[in-house]
Design a protein around this ligand. Structure first.
Ligand code: 13P
Ligand code: SF4
Length: 308
């Protein structure tokens, strides 16, 4: 089957099975193009909670499909590649969180959604890169807080909120390749460009980057919105490179230059068009968070979704 035939069959099966395809901006362009909804972590979580579809085909990594299963337990959530994992999510366990709690009685734990359901179940609040500052600002000041698992996003939030959260030492192996020195060098090399920087990037919390007039730090959806509203015609992209597909689609007259040539998430690329079709045909691979774990993990996610 060629890609047009695969796309046609996917559309047919979607209708027959009352399925919806959700895809993250980091998936392959051809996968993004068959999605009913393309989004970042926060956007995808919200759609998973609102859809009437019977089946959700989640084109993203495992923790994202788990989040969809927690939010929509009555839906059948499928991930086309069962082994699409994440370096950040793999950096911490629920036991690690409990060890910190034992050493810090009364402390609060804020968990970036890029974590397993098991870790979320041990947290007080969840957040995404889009709402992290809002979530942390809503917490009582002066209360000892641990932020897990991303050290870069945590350091960025500390700078923006003036909090001093303790940070777990996890990182995204893709965004870790973007240090402040590279961002500053590229901003100098391209004097008319604005830099769109994901806060998971290693350089996002550097004071020189934070103070730079042409540095725009935000979640993926925020970057896409900014590229449309900014008067700039040229952008340095400091995030996963597939984001450029949507940036170009929405802004055909603007130029997007990767800050680093290899910031690709191999885990997201495991989702291919063929695997999306197989997921629909075979209704595989189902991601179902067990009820007892789901009930616990739902609490910090619900708290996050309630913060508008
Ligand atoms: P957002 O989707 O929240 O921007 O997070 C980026 C990411 O690394 C997802 O894997
Ligand atoms: Fe995990 Fe980074 Fe890949 Fe996102 S881009 S799924 S955080 S490894």
């Amino acid at each position: 089957m060629d890609s047009n035939e695969i796309t046609g069959r996917i559309k047919q099966l979607k209708a027959e099975k009352n399925a919806i395809i959700l895809a993250h901006y980091y998936t392959r362009p051809e996968v993004q193009d068959v999605a009913d909804y393309l989004g970042d972590s926060l956007g995808l979580s919200r759609v998973a909670g609102e859809t009437d579809a019977r089946v959700i085909v989640f084109c993203g990594v495992h923790f994202m499909a788990e989040t969809a299963s927690i939010i929509s337990p009555d839906k059948k959530v499928l991930i086309p590649a069962w082994n699409a994992g994440c370096s950040l999510a793999a950096s911490i366990t629920g036991e690690d969180v409990e060890r910190w709690r034992a050493e810090n009685p009364g402390g609060l734990v804020v968990c970036y959604v890029n974590a397993t359901a098991e870790v979320k179940a041990h947290a007080d609040y969840c957040c995404t890169s889009a709402n992290a500052v809002k979530v942390v600002n809503s917490l009582p000041p002066g209360r000892k807080t641990l932020f897990v698992p991303d050290k870069n996003l945590g350091a960025y939030i500390n700078k923006l909120t003036g909090r001093a959260m303790e940070l777990w030492h996890g990182d995204c192996c893709v965004h870790e390749r973007i240090p402040a020195s590279l961002l500053l060098q590229k901003l100098e090399e391209f004097p008319d460009a604005e830099a769109l920087i994901h806060p998971e990037s290693n350089g996002s919390h550097d004071d020189r980057v934070l103070a730079h007039p042409r540095a725009f730090i935000s979640s993926t959806a925020g970057m896409i919105a900014r590229a449309g509203s900014s008067p700039a015609g040229q952008f340095l992209v400091a995030t996963e490179l597939e984001t450029i597909h949507e940036l170009k689609k929405k802004n055909p007259g603007k130029e997007f230059i990767p800050v680093h040539p290899t910031t690709r998430c191999g885990q997201m690329k495991k989702i291919t068009l063929e695997r999306v079709l197989a997921a629909l045909e075979e209704e595989q691979y189902e991601v179902k968070v067990p009820d007892d774990l789901r009930e616990k993990a739902w609490i910090p996610i619900r708290r996050m979704l309630e913060i508008k």
